[in-house]
Each structure stands twice: as C-alpha cells, then as structure tokens.
Design a protein around this ligand. Structure first.
Ligand SMILES: Cc1ncc(COP(=O)(O)O)c(C=O)c1O
Length: 346
C-alpha cells in the first residue's frame, strides 16, 4: 500500500453494498428497495425540470424541502437536517459529535456501515451484543459514548424495540443517541416525539425505502435545534442536488401514496412470513420492508443463498458469526415474492 495513504484508510475494510445487477431478469430482493414506483408527482417533476435547475447551484440548506418535511412531522424547519441519503447524515453525526479518540456505540448485529464510518473518521467502536434471539439487552449502566446508533426497526433483524427502552437509554446516556429509523414507516412505533423532546436524541429517516427514491439519495434527521445546527455547520456546501430537493418534496407531500405502498408491502410481508413458516423456516416478526429468516435445519443459509442466486433471485447473506445462519429477504411485489417462494427447494 502506498505510503501516501492515511493509516486508517490503508487498514480500512470498505463497506460492501448489496449487489446492483445489470440483468433486468433478476428478482432483486437484496437491498430493501421499494418495488413500487415513486409518487406520480415525482414523475411530473422529472418531466418539467427546467435546464436552470442544472445550470444553477441548488439551495444549500434545502429550505422548501425541509418545510415540507417539517409540516408532515409537525415540527419546525429548524428541527430538520437534510442529507445525501441517511448514510450521509450518519457520517456527519460522527464528525459533529465524536471527539478525536472517542468511540461510537451500536448494537451487534445492526447496520454494518457504522463501524466503517467510524474507521473512516478514525474513531473507535464499542458495539453492544444483542441477545441470542436478537432482542435488546438491558444495559443498566450509563453507556458512556459520545454517540450511539440505535437502529429501529433493526437491520438486518427486522425487529422493533419499544420506545420506552430507547427513552430510558437516552436519559442515561451522556452522549447523543441517533435512532436510525430508515424503516420507520413500516413499523408501529417511532422515536419522533422523543427526538423533539430530548436534547440528545436525533432520528434519521430515509427516502430510499417507503418513498421509493433509493436512486435519488435523500435522507434527513429530526431533533434538537443545536444538534441540527451542528450538522449544518459541517456538511458539504451543496450536499443535495436541485432535482433531488424537488423530487423529495413531491414525494413527501403525497403521504397517502406512500402509506398505500407501505400497506401493500406489509400485507405481502405477512403472507410470505406465513408461507415460509409452513415450510419450516423461522421468521422473525418483522416491522420493516424485509424478513429475517432462518432456514430449516437441513438447509444451510449460504447454500440457499447460492441456490436462489442461480435462479436469478437475489437476497442478502451476511457471513459474520452472528448472522451466518440467516438470510435477509426484501419484500417485493406479490409476483416477485411468488417467484422467491417458488424457487425454494421443495
Ligand atoms: C439501518 C439503515 N440505515 C440507513 C440506511 C441508508 O439509507 P439511505 O439510502 O437513506 O442512505 C440503510 C440502508 O439500507 C439502513 O438499512
């Protein structure tokens, strides 16, 4: 490795994103995208986008988009930060809240990007193990890290932790607790009220899942004004392009369309869960747009992953010790899920 590279970058194991195949015949159930198109108003925006939107720089603070987000959530514009995907917001949280030589906390297993972001920022990690059944431990002690990422619903396990546990944890925490709610719209509870009530809690949300806009790269955080201001101080000058700001506004303004798709996905999710259970799979009670499944004892998860892949059905396999006996399956359309069920060994 070249001596020009910083030590932490030279040693870094980069994040492995889910595969994005070019073959349109692939049934793509591997990265938790939404199988339905974005809201009709999004397509209108794309059709009428004037060339000035590309010639001129975008609004650096995405004010109109934040006004729409604030209206939907019943908070002030000053409580909203917008980022280039919620991934950017997570990275900025480390830069804004973790001092040199500090550590970030998160549960293991949860979103595998967190330790990578920590390594990039050259800060440490202090993961807390989930229980054997992926439920949350009760850390009674004050958990002393400047930043803790609490993924809820958790990925890849799909489970939802009750809000009172998160609130109690935040009240004992000396640092910032970021509740990563990329899948919140598919769940029965969320931490929005907590974030608007506590000085040390932020929620992060994504347009990639419930709003079908993974390709646009848009996410946001909601919380205390001073935390939001800190994120605005350090972001890139123009972190969200003009088209994405307009498209995001069109998407979030149509709550009925988003809810309709969420309902469809939840209905499909429960049907597929039942069918998998009938075939001997263990399926965790999901509150997200994916299922976390353990195949029957005579079927190894990695073999099943490969067998499905051979039939052009892509799901996600995480080979780490805690996750290697499971698969994560995104909920697609009913037709896609029937193809998945039909491809399972008899
Ligand atoms: C838990 C979690 N947080 C954040 C993200 C990133 O979302 P975005 O596409 O908004 O960057 C994902 C994406 O899969 C995720 O699973």
């Amino acid at each position: 490795m070249s001596t020009y590279i910083r030590d932490n970058v030279a040693a870094l194991h980069a994040y492995t994103p889910g595969e994005q195949p070019s073959d349109p015949a692939v049934v793509k159930l591997n990265t938790n995208e939404n199988p339905y198109p974005p809201a009709p108003a999004v397509l209108d925006v794309l059709q009428r986008a004037p060339s000035d939107w590309f010639r001129l720089y975008p609004d650096p603070v995405a004010l109109r988009l934040r006004e729409s987000i604030a209206r939907v959530h019943g908070c002030a514009v000053e409580n909203v930060f917008c980022g280039n995907g919620s991934d950017e917001v997570l990275a900025l949280c480390i830069r804004a809240f973790v001092p040199n030589h500090g550590r970030i906390g998160y549960f293991d297993p949860s979103y595998s990007l967190y330790p990578v972001l920590a390594a990039i920022a050259d800060v440490g990690t202090a993961p807390l193990s989930l229980n054997e059944d992926f439920s949350w431990p009760v850390p009674e002690q004050t958990y002393d890290v400047p930043l803790f990422f609490w993924t809820n619903p958790n990925a890849p396990t799909s489970l939802l932790c009750p809000q009172d546990r998160i609130a109690a944890f935040a009240d004992r925490s000396e640092g910032v607790v970021v509740v990563d709610e990329a899948y919140a719209e598919f769940a029965e509870q969320n931490a929005l009220a907590l974030a608007l009530d506590r000085a040390n809690v932020l929620v992060t949300r994504s347009f990639s899942k419930s709003y079908s806009l993974a390709g646009a790269r848009l996410g946001y955080a909601i919380g205390d004004v001073s935390l939001i201001e800190a994120l605005y101080k350090i972001k890139d000058a123009y972190n969200i392009d003009r088209l994405t700001q307009e498209v995001g506004r069109a998407a979030i303004e149509d709550q009925a369309y988003m809810q309709h798709n969420v309902t469809r996905i939840r209905t499909t999710r429960e049907r597929v869960k039942q069918q998998l259970e009938q075939r001997g799979f263990f399926v965790y009670p999901s509150q997200a747009n994916f299922l976390w499944i353990r195949p029957p004892a005579d079927l190894a998860a990695d073999d099943l992953f490969n067998a499905l892949r051979d039939q052009k059905i892509y799901v996600r396999y995480f080979p780490a010790e805690r996750t290697k006996h499971h698969l994560r399956v995104t909920i697609g359309t009913d037709q896609q899920m029937d193809a998945f069920l039909g491809a399972l060994p008899a």
